[in-house]
Design a protein around this ligand. Structure first.
Ligand code: HEC
Length: 220
């Protein structure tokens, strides 16, 4: 019994001594600097704080601008048809002026589609990719009326923001690549319907159709 009593007091004293040396840590405490640091706390490290000056960079600023040519991903910063797929609140149809639909674009679209989309939608777009075979339900078939009649801008928007179980591809595909994929989807659809004569590169300046249902939350 006596041993237990000593053990208990010894335990309490050891706990107090340990706390006194290493301290209590955690962001919720105002007491963040313990009397002794056994290993360096990452709170304290050489770093720049936002808007602070820097002696290292020639222009004296620690905040750096994006490298020229950096593509914004996820939410398009510009509201142009090219970057959003939307014209004045409606899905746009046809390809934007910035895009020339030619063999190179289709080739690029085919390559990007096979890399990013085929695992779910299947190499020919029938919604029969490997994930479907493994049990993912509801993968859209590009050859059904719904997607067949869908505006180009809306397909672009789906690639940019995702939909349901499909994630956003904004960080995998540049804006131009997304249009290339749209063009390739159109080409796939033509293998079941349409003809070679159907024009592909309709310019959309006024070609807006259904009101766009814009997601408020971007899926990643
Ligand atoms: C992880 C699997 C997956 C990948 C990869 C994927 N999708 Fe999807 N996609 C889906 C699913 C699931 C749906 C059905 C979403 C819904 O209707 O809720 C869908 C729907 C669509 C639709 C129809 C959207 C609508 O409004 O009904 C289009 C168009 C589409 N995908 C294009 C693409 C393209 C282009 C790519 C490649 C950049 C791609 N998808 C990559 C799973 C995927």
């Amino acid at each position: 019994m006596k041993f237990l009593k000593y053990f208990f007091f010894g335990y309490v004293i050891a706990a107090i001594v340990t706390l006194a040396i290493v301290g209590i840590r955690g962001p919720a405490r105002s007491f963040t600097v313990p009397p002794m640091e056994l290993y360096p706390d990452m709170h304290r490290q050489p770093k720049y704080k936002a808007q602070s000056p820097s002696a290292f960079f020639a222009d004296g600023r620690s905040d750096r601008s994006p490298v020229p040519g950096t593509e914004p991903f996820s939410v398009p910063l510009q509201s142009t048809y090219y970057a959003s797929g939307i014209i004045e609140g409606h899905w746009g149809d046809g390809f934007p002026q910035e895009i020339t639909v030619d063999a190179d674009l289709l080739k690029r679209g085919q390559e990007r589609f096979n890399i990013n989309c085929a695992i779910c939608h299947g190499p020919a777009g029938y919604g029969d990719g490997v994930t479907t075979k493994l049990g993912l339900v509801g993968v859209a078939n590009m050859h059904q009326d719904l997607v067949m009649n869908m505006e180009d801008g809306r397909i672009f928007y789906t690639i940019t923001h995702g939909k349901g179980n499909m994630g956003s591809y904004a960080d995998h595909l540049t804006i131009k690549d997304r249009w290339a994929v749209v063009a390739y989807v159109r080409a796939l659809q033509r293998t079941t319907r349409g003809s070679l004569e159907t024009p592909m590169d309709v310019k959309p300046e006024s070609a807006k159709t259904e009101p766009a249902k814009v997601q408020t939350k971007t899926k990643k």
